[in-house]
Design a protein around this ligand. Structure first.
Ligand code: ADP
Ligand code: MG
Length: 355
């Protein structure tokens, strides 16, 4: 067969499928957009585990009416203007691909009101384009509501490959993690048609209470704050490799007496939810000398700040992986400090046991 250029529609659909791989992952993009818009309250409603309807409402800055025509075009963003901006990025978004991708594989409706405008504007989008006659003034509070319906309606193979019933737990999980890492922002999740709310996190709830709400008090009772304070002597060394800070909550040494389930460690690097297997392995190893053999995996939530210049956020279509320079040194700093921290807990435990 000879080589032919693909139809733009096909290209867009293929690209969209790489970025939006599941309802959970669409929701993650939408939550990040709401946080980028400085929202303080984010409410999510779903039907059929996000496959039928996935709706997110925020109270953020809103979208300008003039921006609607290009809102769902590919590579349109308000967040960066040149490639170099990526090295100092402080927003989640930068590629302008999420809304565009969603509009190629779902029906998308957007309602948004800016603070000083009298009206909200509502519009539907299909395959990257605004459907002109659907742009209408509407009532509404400040902020943006995005409704995604019939996700993957035109990608039957994807629909078949996803286990619909697993998706609720994944959606709950991703909202929970963003709620933990964003104190000061309220979150809620409800299933449309169900009178009980699945998750409510009030704005003022502190991190420990957020963890309690999401993972129950059996988990949160045996957690302790863990912070790496960078002393004056460390500043130079850490600065050279780009390590800025690390804070979070981790299991104390009584933890696995109570908790019988394994919760995977939660890592945020510069506020991005990421997986980092080497860090996970060295944390497991560190704990293994303090917790009994065969104990359940300790809860670990770390919010790590690195110099954006050493971070490459653009390595993965779903941005779930980031690469950074000096990975080994940085992981060493964190695990060494955790080791010191746990050994202090351990000696106070021994001391108590002996008195
Ligand atoms: P990116 O986040 O990479 O810029 P997106 O496709 O996710 O790309 O969003 C495109 C643009 O739409 C954003 O740059 C932003 O200006 C606007 N936008 C999207 N969601 C929201 C929201 N919830 N509130 C305000 N503006 C939004
Ligand atoms: Mg985005």
């Amino acid at each position: 067969m000879s080589i032919k250029k693909l139809d733009p529609d096909v290209i867009n659909k293929i690209a969209a499928g790489e970025i939006i791989i599941s309802p959970t992952n669409a929701l993650k993009e939408l939550i990040e957009n709401s946080i980028d818009a400085s929202s303080k309250s984010i409410d999510i409603s779903i039907q059929n585990n996000g496959f039928k309807i996935l709706q997110i409402s925020d109270d953020g800055s809103g979208i300008k009416k003039e921006d609607y025509p290009i809102l769902c075009h590919r590579f349109t963003t308000s967040k960066i203007t040149k490639f170099e901006d990526l090295s100092e990025i402080d927003t989640f978004g930068f590629r302008g691909e999420a809304l565009s991708s969603i509009s190629h594989i779902a029906h998308l409706s957007v309602t948004s009101k800016r603070r000083n405008e009298d009206l909200a504007w509502k519009c539907q989008f299909e395959r990257g384009q605004m459907i002109d006659e659907t742009l209408k003034p509407s009532a509404g509070n400040q902020g943006t509501t995005i409704t995604v319906s019939d996700l993957f309606y035109n990608v039957p193979s994807r629909l078949r490959s996803l286990r619909q019933k697993d998706e609720f737990n994944k959606i709950f999980d991703v909202i929970g993690k963003y709620a933990i890492n964003n104190p000061g922002i309220a979150f809620s999740l409800r299933k449309i048609g169900d009178s009980r709310i699945a998750l409510v996190i009030k704005k003022d709830l502190n991190i420990k209470d957020r963890i309690r709400t999401i993972y129950t008090s059996i988990v949160s009772n045996d957690l302790i704050d863990f912070n790496i304070n960078v002393s004056a002597e460390d500043t130079d060394d850490y600065g050279k490799i780009g390590f800025i800070s690390c804070s979070g909550m981790v299991a104390n040494l009584n933890y696995s007496n109570q908790v019988k389930r394994n919760i995977q460690p939660i890592f945020f690097i510069n506020n991005r939810l990421v997986t980092c297997d080497p860090l996970k392995r060295s944390i497991d190893q560190t704990y293994s000398s303090y917790l009994p053999r065969g104990a359940s995996r300790p809860f670990v939530y770390l919010n790590i700040k690195l110099n954006p210049r050493i971070l490459d956020v653009n390595v993965h279509p779903t941005k779930s992986e980031v690469r950074f320079l000096h990975e080994e040194e940085i992981i060493n700093i964190i695990t060494l400090r955790l080791h010191e921290f746990l050994s202090k807990l351990d000696s106070s435990r021994t001391f108590k046991a002996n008195t």
